[in-house]
Design a binder for this molecule. Structure first.
Ligand code: BES
Ligand code: MN
Ligand code: ZN
Length: 493
């Protein structure tokens, strides 16, 4: 997709389709107003007849226009003028793109940002537009032999703006493109079935990134390597499967040598059956998404390789399957983590924390200035926050604030949650240093408290993306979250 900026008036600009906004009760937006003048009041007439509702998400296609330079006009409802914000803008544009895909238009121009959009700026709106277009163009790497969704014909997308905003918009487009590339990679990986997306497949995806980008280096550690490193906790999770586990290590170097890196640690459980603490069958297929954290790390690397921020980043992805078998770890087994701390595995389904703790310990060798882990860690987080907002935990207020702010700017929100001694007490074990689970209460918090036991002296944050990394139901798919949050955070360093 080609993106471009234009400052010509809607009636003068040639395009297959002009996307213009209408507010509540048929009140024309600025671009519609200008077009209306050239069309002899045709749009006002439509509004008077009640054909232009202006309700958020509504749209009306005028497929044959004469009097203006555009071939089509797509009128989209923006809702109430007073509450038109970036979220409404994304929603209106997404709805316009769905309608546009049903036409033969090869190019289009988006005039929606000419309206007054609350609490945002031209840069963020351009970035949001590129992301929305990217999202609408995304296709699941499907394995269907028929009924394939047709590719849209749209190949050029214009963003209308005041001349003075050009620079900001070009920047928004560039950042948006990077985020789309990263998010799409993360979605592709997550959407593959677990018999395709194995730990080896993730390792190959990382190698491909290193091949494509000179700024990225990658190293793949085998189970034997991990054994030498004494990663007893990580290895305990992969005992039950025939599929070899991998520890994937990525390095992005954008800053001079010596700049301490930010470490991103992503949970890469390519399928989570629960192990001997087997999950119930309903929706178990969705546990192919249990590598969403890993996917977001690879996606973030893809994005930053394109955007080239002057920072250093390391990515660490422990990747394995969690399967039951005659060799699998059993409830009550005690394992020794790379940190030296022993863990009683009371529930083999609490495996994410077992692989992350060793990956976090491994991250120490890079002397990171911050460690951020990303994981589809707990069903409890979905109970707490639903599917809209990721759980955000950590031991450093500045890091937590920075990640929350990044999520806010990126429309990929994360919300701060507490950790603390009171909660960690639930992890007490009679047999080992601590157990891998506490009671049923506050499951997202006790999981974070478990991870916190491995973060002494580190600035650490944890994103629980169990509710946000994928959607269930008829639109079942990986979302690519929290790539937008992470990229925004890194661009601000
Ligand atoms: N991968 C799951 C968490 C999960 C649940 C992600 C639902 C997405 C949707 C994780 O490994 C898990 O099984 N967690 C357990 C922890 C429990 C045993 C303490 C859970 O949430 O039930
Ligand atoms: Mn599990
Ligand atoms: Zn899991």
């Amino acid at each position: 997709m080609e993106f471009f900026v234009t400052s010509a008036s809607p009636s003068r600009q040639r395009t297959d389709c002009a996307i213009v906004g209408v507010f509540d009760k048929g009140v024309l937006g600025a671009a519609a107003e200008e077009l209306d003048g050239k069309l002899g009041g045709q749009l006002t007439k439509l509004a008077k007849r009640g054909d232009l509702g202006g309700k958020s998400g509504d749209h009306l296609l005028l497929a044959d226009v004469s009097g203006a330079a555009c071939e089509r006009i797509l009128l989209v409802g923006l809702g109430a003028r007073g509450s038109f914000n970036r979220k409404q803008y994304r929603k209106a544009l997404a709805s316009a793109l769905t309608a546009l895909a049903k036409t033969g238009a090869r190019d289009a121009i988006n005039y929606l940002a000419l309206e007054e959009v609350k609490d945002t700026d031209a840069y963020a709106l351009a970035r949001a537009a590129v992301e929305t277009v990217g999202h609408s163009q995304y296709r699941i790497p499907d394995h269907k032999t028929s009924n394939k969704r047709p590719k849209s014909k749209l190949s050029r997308f214009g963003i209308a703006a005041q001349r003075s905003e050009r620079g900001a918009i070009e920047r928004g487009i560039a950042h948006g493109r990077g985020i789309v590339a990263g998010t799409s990679l993360a979605r592709d990986l997550a959407n593959q079935p677990a018999n395709v997306c194995t730990p080896t497949f993730l390792a190959n995806a990382a190698k491909n990134l290193a091949r494509e980008h000179r700024s990225i280096r990658v190293r793949i550690l085998s189970e034997a390597d991990c054994r030498k490193l004494k990663m007893g906790s990580f290895l305990s999770v992969t005992e039950g499967t025939a599929e070899p586990a991998k520890l994937i290590v990525l390095e992005y170097n954008g800053a001079a040598r010596g700049g301490d890196p930010i470490a991103l640690v992503g949970k890469g459980v390519t399928f989570d059956t629960g192990g001997i603490s087997l999950k119930p069958p309903a929706a178990m297929d969705e546990m192919k998404f249990d590598m969403g954290g890993a996917a977001s790390v690879l996606g973030t690397f893809k994005a930053i390789a394109a955007l080239e921020p002057q920072i250093n980043v390391v990515g660490i992805v422990p990747a394995c399957e969690n399967m039951p078998s005659g060799r699998a770890t059993k409830p009550g087994d005690i394992v020794r983590s790379m940190s030296g701390q022993t863990i009683e595995v009371l529930n083999t389904d609490a495996e994410g924390r077992l692989i992350l703790c060793d990956a976090i310990t491994y991250a120490r060798r890079f002397k990171p200035r911050a460690v951020i882990d990303i994981a589809t860690l707990t069903g409890a987080c979905v109970i707490a926050l639903g599917n809209h907002i990721s759980g955000l935990f950590g031991n450093d207020q500045a890091l937590i604030d920075a990640l929350r702010d990044a999520g806010q700017r990126a429309d990929d929100r994360a919300w701060p949650m507490p950790i603390g001694e009171e909660y960690a007490d639930g992890l007490k074990s009679n047999f080992a240093d601590f157990a891998n689970v506490a009671g049923r209460d506050a499951g997202a918090i006790t999981a974070a408290c478990f991870l916190a036991k491995f973060t002494d002296g580190l600035k650490w944050a944890h994103l629980d993306v169990a509710g946000t990394a994928y959607v269930s139901g008829s639109g079942k798919s990986g979302t690519g979250r929290p790539v937008p949050l992470l990229v925004d955070y890194l661009l601000h360093q």
